[in-house]
Design a protein around this ligand. Structure first.
Ligand code: ATP
Length: 263
C-alpha cells in the first residue's frame, strides 16, 4: 500500500528558510490536510514531494521523503509521477490554448498511464467524475470557468493514475458551491483507492474531508492530530475556523479566506 513519509524536512530558497524540520505521514488510503496561512510553507512542502522545488529555486537542506519505503530524493519530477505521485498545482495551470481533451491526454503521458485501453478507461472515469469535461472536450481550456479549470486540472492528474494525489489549494478563488463540489469529488477519488495530501489555507471543509491534519506556522508544524480532534480544539476553532467559545463566528478573527470551504 502506498504511503508517504516526510522526515525532518528543511527547505530554503536561497537565504529564505521556508520549512524547518517538518515531519508528516500520509498513511495508505488516507486524506491528510495541511493547514496554514499565507507563506506558512504549504506549497513548498508539496513542491518538495513532487521534486519541483528547483523550478522555484528552492532546495532541500535536510531531511528525507519516501513513498512506499522508497526515497524520492534524487528522482526527477517525471520519475515521481511514474512512481504514482501526482501534483495538482496551485492556480490549476491548465494549458489554456489547448483543448480540454488535449489537456487530459497530456496527463496520460506519465509512465503509469499504461496501454491505450487503460488510457481510454481513465478518460471514461474522468468523464464520469466531471461530465462537463466530456461536453466541452473540443473547447480551449482557457474558456472554462475557474471551477471547470480546477476540474480539468484534477482530471488531468487522474489521467496519470495516481496512487497519491497532491492538491494545492483546490478551493482557491472558487464560489462555495463549486468548492463543495470539488471536495465531494476528492472524497470519491479517495474512496476509489487514491491517497490524498491536501494543502489548504482555510479549514472548515478541509477538516471534514481529512482523517489527519497538520497545521504549519512559519515553516514549522505547530499542531497535528486527527482531523476531528483538531476541528474540536479551541485553538483551531478560534484561529482557523473563526469560531468563538459561544460557537458563533468571530467577525474580527474570521478572515474571508478561512470561509472558502464553508457550506
Ligand atoms: P500561500 O498560501 O501564500 O501560497 P504557502 O503556505 O503555500 O503560502 P509557500 O509558498 O510555501 O507558502 O512559501 C513559504 C515561504 O517561502 C514564504 O516565506 C515565501 O515567501 C517563501 N517562498 C516561496 N516561494 C519562494 C521562491 N520561489 N523564492 C523565494 N522565496 C519563496
Amino acid at each position: 500500500m502506498a504511503s508517504l513519509q516526510v522526515r525532518a524536512l528543511s527547505i530554503g530558497y536561497g537565504p529564505v528558510r521556508a520549512l524547518r524540520s517538518v515531519s508528516l505521514d500520509v498513511p495508505a488510503g488516507a486524506v491528510v490536510v495541511v493547514l496554514g496561512g499565507n507563506g506558512a510553507g504549504k506549497s513548498t512542502l508539496l513542491r518538495a514531494v513532487s521534486r519541483t522545488l528547483t523550478f522555484h529555486r528552492g532546495a532541500v537542506t535536510d531531511g528525507s521523503i519516501s513513498f512506499d519505503g522508497r526515497p524520492l530524493d534524487g528522482l526527477s519530477p517525471a520519475q515521481v509521477v511514474a512512481a504514482g505521485v501526482v501534483q495538482v498545482p496551485e492556480g490549476r495551470q491548465v494549458f489554456a490554448r489547448m483543448t480540454v481533451a488535449d489537456n487530459l491526454r497530456a496527463g496520460a503521458l506519465g509512465a503509469r498511464a499504461g496501454s491505450r485501453g487503460e488510457v481510454a478507461a481513465s478518460l471514461d472515469r474522468v468523464h464520469q467524475l466531471f461530465p462537463v469535461l466530456a461536453r466541452r472536450a473540443r473547447q480551449r481550456a482557457g474558456l472554462l470557468s475557474g471551477g471547470e479549470q480546477q476540474m480539468l486540472a484534477l482530471g488531468r492528474a487522474l489521467m496519470a493514475r495516481p496512487r497519491l494525489l497532491l492538491l494545492d489549494e483546490p478551493s482557491l478563488g472558487l464560489a462555495p458551491k463549486m468548492a463543495a463540489t470539488i471536495a465531494e469529488t476528492v472524497t470519491e477519488i479517495n474512496a476509489a483507492g487514491t491517497s490524498v495530501l491536501l494543502v489548504e489555507q482555510n479549514a472548515a471543509l478541509a477538516l471534514r474531508l481529512a482523517s489527519h491534519a497538520y497545521v504549519l506556522e512559519v515553516g514549522e508544524v505547530a499542531l497535528q492530530g486527527r482531523a476531528a480532534e483538531l476541528a474540536a480544539s479551541d485553538e483551531v476553532r478560534r484561529r482557523y475556523l473563526g469560531i468563538t467559545d459561544e460557537g458563533a463566528p468571530a467577525p474580527a478573527e474570521a478572515p474571508r479566506a478561512l470561509r472558502r470551504w464553508s457550506r
